[in-house]
Design a protein around this ligand. Structure first.
Ligand code: SAM
Length: 284
Protein backbone atom coordinates (compact mmCIF):
# COMPACT_ATOMS: atom_id res chain seq x y z
CA UNK A 1 0.00 0.00 0.00
CA UNK A 2 1.34 3.45 -0.85
CA UNK A 3 1.84 6.30 1.67
CA UNK A 4 -0.95 8.17 -0.07
CA UNK A 5 -3.38 5.31 0.56
CA UNK A 6 -2.26 5.11 4.20
CA UNK A 7 -2.96 8.77 4.71
CA UNK A 8 -6.31 8.49 2.97
CA UNK A 9 -7.33 5.73 5.35
CA UNK A 10 -6.45 7.45 8.64
CA UNK A 11 -9.57 8.53 10.49
CA UNK A 12 -11.88 7.19 7.82
CA UNK A 13 -12.45 3.70 9.15
CA UNK A 14 -15.38 3.47 11.55
CA UNK A 15 -14.95 1.18 14.53
CA UNK A 16 -18.29 -0.46 15.38
CA UNK A 17 -19.12 -2.94 18.12
CA UNK A 18 -22.80 -2.23 18.71
CA UNK A 19 -25.61 -4.03 16.93
CA UNK A 20 -27.84 -1.01 17.44
CA UNK A 21 -25.61 1.18 15.29
CA UNK A 22 -27.86 2.43 12.45
CA UNK A 23 -25.29 1.56 9.76
CA UNK A 24 -25.20 -2.02 11.00
CA UNK A 25 -29.00 -2.15 11.19
CA UNK A 26 -29.12 -1.01 7.57
CA UNK A 27 -26.63 -3.66 6.46
CA UNK A 28 -28.48 -6.39 8.37
CA UNK A 29 -31.69 -5.36 6.61
CA UNK A 30 -30.07 -6.48 3.32
CA UNK A 31 -31.20 -9.98 4.24
CA UNK A 32 -34.64 -8.73 3.11
CA UNK A 33 -35.45 -8.42 -0.59
CA UNK A 34 -37.43 -5.24 -0.01
CA UNK A 35 -34.37 -3.49 1.40
CA UNK A 36 -32.09 -4.84 -1.34
CA UNK A 37 -34.53 -3.54 -3.97
CA UNK A 38 -34.86 -0.14 -2.30
CA UNK A 39 -31.11 0.38 -1.96
CA UNK A 40 -30.04 -1.44 -5.14
CA UNK A 41 -27.34 -3.18 -3.13
CA UNK A 42 -26.46 -6.65 -1.86
CA UNK A 43 -24.03 -8.38 0.45
CA UNK A 44 -21.17 -10.68 -0.55
CA UNK A 45 -18.90 -12.56 1.82
CA UNK A 46 -15.24 -13.55 1.73
CA UNK A 47 -11.93 -11.85 0.99
CA UNK A 48 -11.26 -13.72 -2.26
CA UNK A 49 -14.68 -12.95 -3.56
CA UNK A 50 -14.35 -9.26 -2.72
CA UNK A 51 -10.96 -9.08 -4.47
CA UNK A 52 -12.39 -10.85 -7.55
CA UNK A 53 -15.32 -8.41 -7.62
CA UNK A 54 -13.00 -5.39 -7.56
CA UNK A 55 -10.86 -6.92 -10.32
CA UNK A 56 -14.03 -7.29 -12.41
CA UNK A 57 -14.87 -3.61 -11.92
CA UNK A 58 -17.59 -3.77 -9.27
CA UNK A 59 -17.88 -0.92 -6.73
CA UNK A 60 -17.89 -1.52 -3.00
CA UNK A 61 -20.41 0.63 -1.18
CA UNK A 62 -19.33 -0.58 2.28
CA UNK A 63 -16.43 -2.80 3.30
CA UNK A 64 -16.78 -4.57 6.63
CA UNK A 65 -13.99 -6.54 8.25
CA UNK A 66 -13.15 -8.13 11.61
CA UNK A 67 -10.78 -6.23 13.87
CA UNK A 68 -8.26 -9.06 13.62
CA UNK A 69 -7.88 -8.24 9.91
CA UNK A 70 -6.47 -4.78 10.61
CA UNK A 71 -2.99 -4.37 9.14
CA UNK A 72 -3.30 -7.30 6.72
CA UNK A 73 -1.94 -6.22 3.40
CA UNK A 74 -4.84 -7.23 1.14
CA UNK A 75 -7.48 -5.92 3.53
CA UNK A 76 -5.67 -2.58 3.89
CA UNK A 77 -5.43 -2.27 0.11
CA UNK A 78 -9.14 -2.94 -0.38
CA UNK A 79 -9.97 -0.52 2.45
CA UNK A 80 -7.86 2.23 0.85
CA UNK A 81 -9.44 1.61 -2.54
CA UNK A 82 -12.95 1.65 -1.05
CA UNK A 83 -12.29 4.99 0.65
CA UNK A 84 -10.65 6.44 -2.45
CA UNK A 85 -13.79 5.57 -4.44
CA UNK A 86 -16.11 7.15 -1.86
CA UNK A 87 -17.16 3.97 -0.05
CA UNK A 88 -17.41 3.36 3.66
CA UNK A 89 -15.07 1.10 5.67
CA UNK A 90 -16.15 -0.50 8.94
CA UNK A 91 -13.97 -2.37 11.39
CA UNK A 92 -16.32 -4.48 13.49
CA UNK A 93 -16.46 -7.01 16.30
CA UNK A 94 -17.02 -10.74 15.72
CA UNK A 95 -20.50 -10.29 17.23
CA UNK A 96 -21.41 -7.72 14.59
CA UNK A 97 -20.10 -9.92 11.76
CA UNK A 98 -22.07 -12.89 13.09
CA UNK A 99 -25.22 -10.77 13.24
CA UNK A 100 -24.79 -9.41 9.70
CA UNK A 101 -24.07 -12.77 8.09
CA UNK A 102 -26.36 -14.78 10.41
CA UNK A 103 -23.60 -17.39 10.65
CA UNK A 104 -21.67 -18.73 13.63
CA UNK A 105 -18.35 -18.70 11.82
CA UNK A 106 -18.66 -15.64 9.63
CA UNK A 107 -16.20 -14.66 6.92
CA UNK A 108 -13.77 -12.04 8.23
CA UNK A 109 -14.33 -9.74 5.24
CA UNK A 110 -17.69 -8.89 3.70
CA UNK A 111 -18.87 -6.09 1.47
CA UNK A 112 -21.97 -4.33 0.26
CA UNK A 113 -22.00 -3.95 -3.53
CA UNK A 114 -24.23 -2.14 -5.97
CA UNK A 115 -26.45 -4.50 -7.96
CA UNK A 116 -25.80 -4.70 -11.69
CA UNK A 117 -28.05 -6.18 -14.34
CA UNK A 118 -27.68 -5.91 -18.10
CA UNK A 119 -30.38 -4.30 -20.21
CA UNK A 120 -31.76 -6.58 -22.90
CA UNK A 121 -30.90 -4.02 -25.58
CA UNK A 122 -27.23 -4.36 -24.56
CA UNK A 123 -27.21 -8.07 -25.40
CA UNK A 124 -25.46 -8.51 -28.76
CA UNK A 125 -25.47 -12.17 -29.68
CA UNK A 126 -22.69 -13.72 -31.75
CA UNK A 127 -21.98 -17.24 -33.02
CA UNK A 128 -20.37 -19.23 -30.17
CA UNK A 129 -22.47 -17.36 -27.61
CA UNK A 130 -24.52 -19.52 -25.28
CA UNK A 131 -27.10 -17.87 -23.05
CA UNK A 132 -29.04 -19.67 -20.35
CA UNK A 133 -32.66 -18.54 -19.98
CA UNK A 134 -34.52 -19.60 -16.84
CA UNK A 135 -38.29 -19.53 -16.68
CA UNK A 136 -39.51 -18.35 -13.24
CA UNK A 137 -36.68 -20.01 -11.32
CA UNK A 138 -37.73 -20.34 -7.69
CA UNK A 139 -34.90 -21.85 -5.70
CA UNK A 140 -32.01 -19.54 -4.68
CA UNK A 141 -29.57 -22.45 -4.46
CA UNK A 142 -30.49 -23.59 -7.98
CA UNK A 143 -30.04 -20.09 -9.37
CA UNK A 144 -26.67 -19.62 -7.66
CA UNK A 145 -25.45 -23.01 -8.87
CA UNK A 146 -26.60 -22.23 -12.42
CA UNK A 147 -24.79 -18.86 -12.42
CA UNK A 148 -21.62 -20.61 -11.23
CA UNK A 149 -22.02 -23.34 -13.84
CA UNK A 150 -22.67 -20.79 -16.60
CA UNK A 151 -19.42 -19.07 -15.61
CA UNK A 152 -17.48 -22.35 -15.68
CA UNK A 153 -18.87 -23.30 -19.08
CA UNK A 154 -18.10 -19.90 -20.60
CA UNK A 155 -21.73 -18.96 -21.17
CA UNK A 156 -22.42 -15.33 -22.09
CA UNK A 157 -24.96 -14.78 -19.35
CA UNK A 158 -28.19 -15.80 -17.69
CA UNK A 159 -31.63 -14.44 -18.56
CA UNK A 160 -34.21 -14.50 -15.80
CA UNK A 161 -37.67 -14.75 -17.30
CA UNK A 162 -40.77 -13.65 -15.40
CA UNK A 163 -41.13 -13.66 -11.66
CA UNK A 164 -37.94 -15.27 -10.38
CA UNK A 165 -36.09 -15.56 -7.10
CA UNK A 166 -33.82 -12.59 -6.34
CA UNK A 167 -30.34 -13.20 -7.83
CA UNK A 168 -28.89 -10.91 -5.15
CA UNK A 169 -30.23 -12.81 -2.14
CA UNK A 170 -27.53 -13.94 0.26
CA UNK A 171 -28.26 -17.60 -0.46
CA UNK A 172 -27.97 -17.17 -4.23
CA UNK A 173 -24.82 -15.06 -3.97
CA UNK A 174 -23.23 -17.69 -1.68
CA UNK A 175 -24.10 -20.47 -4.11
CA UNK A 176 -22.51 -18.59 -7.02
CA UNK A 177 -19.12 -18.75 -5.23
CA UNK A 178 -18.18 -15.40 -6.78
CA UNK A 179 -19.59 -16.01 -10.25
CA UNK A 180 -22.33 -13.43 -9.52
CA UNK A 181 -19.64 -10.87 -10.40
CA UNK A 182 -18.59 -12.54 -13.65
CA UNK A 183 -21.84 -13.57 -15.32
CA UNK A 184 -24.11 -10.91 -16.86
CA UNK A 185 -27.74 -11.18 -15.75
CA UNK A 186 -30.73 -9.97 -17.72
CA UNK A 187 -34.22 -9.65 -16.21
CA UNK A 188 -37.00 -9.98 -18.73
CA UNK A 189 -40.72 -10.71 -19.01
CA UNK A 190 -41.90 -13.74 -20.96
CA UNK A 191 -43.42 -11.41 -23.57
CA UNK A 192 -40.15 -9.52 -24.05
CA UNK A 193 -38.16 -12.76 -24.23
CA UNK A 194 -40.46 -14.05 -26.98
CA UNK A 195 -40.20 -10.76 -28.89
CA UNK A 196 -36.40 -10.66 -28.50
CA UNK A 197 -35.82 -14.28 -29.56
CA UNK A 198 -38.23 -13.85 -32.51
CA UNK A 199 -36.27 -10.82 -33.68
CA UNK A 200 -32.67 -11.88 -33.02
CA UNK A 201 -33.22 -15.54 -33.94
CA UNK A 202 -30.74 -17.50 -31.85
CA UNK A 203 -31.22 -21.26 -31.79
CA UNK A 204 -33.55 -21.61 -28.79
CA UNK A 205 -33.23 -25.08 -27.31
CA UNK A 206 -35.96 -25.75 -24.79
CA UNK A 207 -35.13 -28.34 -22.17
CA UNK A 208 -38.29 -30.34 -21.72
CA UNK A 209 -39.30 -33.65 -20.21
CA UNK A 210 -41.45 -34.30 -23.31
CA UNK A 211 -38.76 -33.11 -25.73
CA UNK A 212 -38.52 -35.29 -28.85
CA UNK A 213 -34.85 -34.57 -29.55
CA UNK A 214 -31.91 -36.14 -27.72
CA UNK A 215 -29.90 -33.13 -26.45
CA UNK A 216 -26.66 -34.78 -27.69
CA UNK A 217 -27.79 -34.82 -31.31
CA UNK A 218 -28.32 -31.06 -31.75
CA UNK A 219 -25.85 -29.03 -33.85
CA UNK A 220 -24.93 -26.24 -31.46
CA UNK A 221 -21.94 -25.01 -33.52
CA UNK A 222 -21.51 -21.69 -35.28
CA UNK A 223 -24.70 -20.05 -34.09
CA UNK A 224 -25.84 -18.25 -30.97
CA UNK A 225 -27.70 -20.64 -28.68
CA UNK A 226 -30.19 -19.99 -25.89
CA UNK A 227 -30.81 -22.91 -23.55
CA UNK A 228 -34.28 -22.37 -22.15
CA UNK A 229 -34.93 -24.17 -18.87
CA UNK A 230 -38.31 -24.73 -17.17
CA UNK A 231 -39.54 -23.86 -13.72
CA UNK A 232 -38.76 -26.39 -10.97
CA UNK A 233 -42.40 -27.37 -10.39
CA UNK A 234 -44.19 -26.71 -13.66
CA UNK A 235 -41.54 -27.06 -16.36
CA UNK A 236 -41.81 -24.88 -19.48
CA UNK A 237 -45.25 -23.45 -20.30
CA UNK A 238 -46.58 -24.05 -23.83
CA UNK A 239 -46.10 -20.37 -24.70
CA UNK A 240 -42.32 -20.74 -24.26
CA UNK A 241 -42.08 -24.33 -25.53
CA UNK A 242 -43.74 -23.31 -28.80
CA UNK A 243 -41.07 -20.65 -29.38
CA UNK A 244 -38.22 -23.18 -29.22
CA UNK A 245 -36.34 -24.25 -32.36
CA UNK A 246 -35.72 -27.62 -30.65
CA UNK A 247 -37.28 -29.25 -27.63
CA UNK A 248 -34.54 -31.37 -26.12
CA UNK A 249 -34.62 -34.16 -23.59
CA UNK A 250 -31.84 -35.64 -21.49
CA UNK A 251 -32.47 -39.42 -21.56
CA UNK A 252 -32.91 -40.85 -18.10
CA UNK A 253 -33.12 -44.29 -16.55
CA UNK A 254 -34.03 -45.24 -13.00
CA UNK A 255 -36.96 -44.03 -10.96
CA UNK A 256 -36.44 -40.26 -10.84
CA UNK A 257 -39.12 -38.32 -12.76
CA UNK A 258 -36.73 -35.56 -13.73
CA UNK A 259 -33.36 -34.03 -13.00
CA UNK A 260 -32.89 -31.14 -10.64
CA UNK A 261 -33.01 -27.86 -12.61
CA UNK A 262 -29.39 -26.87 -11.90
CA UNK A 263 -28.12 -30.35 -12.82
CA UNK A 264 -30.15 -30.39 -16.05
CA UNK A 265 -28.79 -26.92 -16.93
CA UNK A 266 -25.23 -28.10 -16.32
CA UNK A 267 -25.67 -31.19 -18.47
CA UNK A 268 -27.21 -29.16 -21.34
CA UNK A 269 -24.70 -26.35 -21.07
CA UNK A 270 -21.57 -28.48 -21.20
CA UNK A 271 -22.95 -30.39 -24.17
CA UNK A 272 -23.90 -27.18 -26.01
CA UNK A 273 -20.37 -25.81 -25.46
CA UNK A 274 -18.45 -29.07 -25.77
CA UNK A 275 -16.85 -28.00 -29.06
CA UNK A 276 -15.62 -24.76 -27.43
CA UNK A 277 -14.11 -26.21 -24.26
CA UNK A 278 -10.79 -27.96 -23.89
CA UNK A 279 -8.45 -28.59 -21.01
CA UNK A 280 -6.01 -25.98 -22.30
CA UNK A 281 -8.56 -23.20 -21.72
CA UNK A 282 -10.17 -24.56 -18.63
CA UNK A 283 -7.28 -24.69 -16.16
CA UNK A 284 -8.85 -23.53 -12.90
N1 SAM B 1 -42.45 -31.33 -13.02
C1 SAM B 1 -41.60 -30.57 -13.88
C2 SAM B 1 -41.95 -30.81 -15.35
O1 SAM B 1 -42.95 -31.47 -15.59
O2 SAM B 1 -41.28 -30.32 -16.24
C3 SAM B 1 -40.19 -30.93 -13.58
C4 SAM B 1 -39.31 -29.80 -13.80
S1 SAM B 1 -37.59 -30.14 -13.66
C5 SAM B 1 -37.36 -30.33 -11.96
C6 SAM B 1 -36.95 -28.55 -14.01
C7 SAM B 1 -36.47 -28.35 -15.41
O3 SAM B 1 -35.26 -29.07 -15.59
C8 SAM B 1 -37.37 -28.81 -16.50
O4 SAM B 1 -38.38 -27.89 -16.80
C9 SAM B 1 -36.40 -28.97 -17.65
O5 SAM B 1 -36.10 -27.71 -18.22
C10 SAM B 1 -35.17 -29.49 -16.94
N2 SAM B 1 -35.09 -30.96 -16.94
C11 SAM B 1 -35.05 -31.79 -15.89
N3 SAM B 1 -34.91 -33.07 -16.31
C12 SAM B 1 -34.84 -33.05 -17.65
C13 SAM B 1 -34.66 -34.04 -18.67
N4 SAM B 1 -34.55 -35.33 -18.38
N5 SAM B 1 -34.65 -33.64 -19.96
C14 SAM B 1 -34.78 -32.34 -20.28
N6 SAM B 1 -34.92 -31.35 -19.36
C15 SAM B 1 -34.95 -31.69 -18.07
Amino acid sequence: MSDHENTTRVGQVKDITSLSNPIIKDIRALSMKKHRDETGTFLAEGLKLVIDAIDLGWSIRTLIYAKAQRGKDQVEKIAALTIARGGLVLEVSEKVLTAITRRDNPQAVIAVFEQQVMALCAVKIKPDDTWVALDRVRDPGNLGTIIRTADAAGASGVMLIGDTVDPFSTETVRATMGSIFAVPLVRISEKDFLAWSGKTKPLVVGSHLKGSVDYRTIGYQNQPVVLLMGNEQQGLPDTLAEACGKLARIPQSGRADSLNLAIATGVMLFEARRHLLDLGDATP
